[in-house]
Design a protein around this ligand. Sequence first.
Ligand code: NDP
Ligand code: MG
Length: 326
Amino acid sequence: MQILHDSDADLGILNGKTVAVIGYGAQGRAQALCMRDSGLNVIIGVRPGKSFDAAVQDGFKVVSVSEAAALGDIIHLLLPDENHGPVYKEEIADKLKAGDVLSCSHGFNFVFKEIIPPKDVDVIMIAPKSPGTEERKRFVEGFGVPGLIAVKQDYSGKAWDIALALAKAEGLTRAGVLKCTMEQETYEDLFGEQNVLCGGMVDLMKYGFETLIEAGYPPEMAYFECIHEAKLIVDLIYEGGIQKMNAVISNTAEWGEYYNGPFILPPDVKERMKESLKRIENGTFAREWLAEARSGAKTLKAKREAPGQHPAEIVGAETRKMFEKK
Ligand code: NDP
Ligand code: MG
């Protein structure tokens, strides 16, 4: 894959354009501040409330979503994914002009057809591969986080150049940007968070912790072993790959990895991962998640409470206090 940097992108294509950032949460705030610092004309469209006040406080022109959609040449959608469909239909669709650009940071709603854009606009994605706080911090430090860009509809014939310019304005081309399709980004993102990063990792930690305390080991020690130390291992892999991690841990730990890894996660786990990928690609996951979100998210809210009662979280809160500077 080709990695694109600052010299591949030209901000000039955005001259005289207004970027309407819709939503001012984790991503909206970080991306809007970076684009403004890069000299772009950025306005914010959001409903009244905490985000609205924060954007005013940060010195932006802040208007309703429909007004921002009418004023913007580039309408950059940064609402929670489950809200984009209804907000687009009610407040944005009839404000679009021919030649506008509809943009997002996660392809979910275009890929799963919650948003069906008109034929005479560009549809693009600029996805920082990072939480908003980290994106802003690295930008202020003079660098950036990596990102993905995609074009779903190229009405103007310049959609890639516009996506690259926006990525440059957010500092992403300082680190490097990859071109992909919205389908690739959407499916891979959902797959990663469901199978490895969030689902997957959390369950692995909990099973390890539970096994030790059910066998009578002290919970504080179980927390250190199965949860706390995960960060140290992941940091090593982040820095230098699995081989670096293996070089730093003891020979005993390394041998244990080869000896027990395939026993605890046998290769047939991949069969279930393939099923999960199929559910994502054929839209089953999206349909079920949107039905849950739009019927009051009762199951989500119940699940959100449950980890707080898990002994790993109670012991964890106590154990983490030991690391606070007194
Ligand atoms: P947040 O939940 O942090 O922010 C959402 C914003 O949308 C808030 O400002 C919220 O305002 C506003 N909002 C919600 N509903 C409405 C509505 N009906 N009308 C008007 N404004 C509304 O979301 P994120 O920043 O995390 O995510 C935004 C997008 O970025 C998503 O597409 C996500 O997939 C993508 N993304 C997220 C990443 C991340 O790390 N978080 C990384 C890369 C992409 P209020 O305060 O009023 O609720
Ligand atoms: Mg992700």
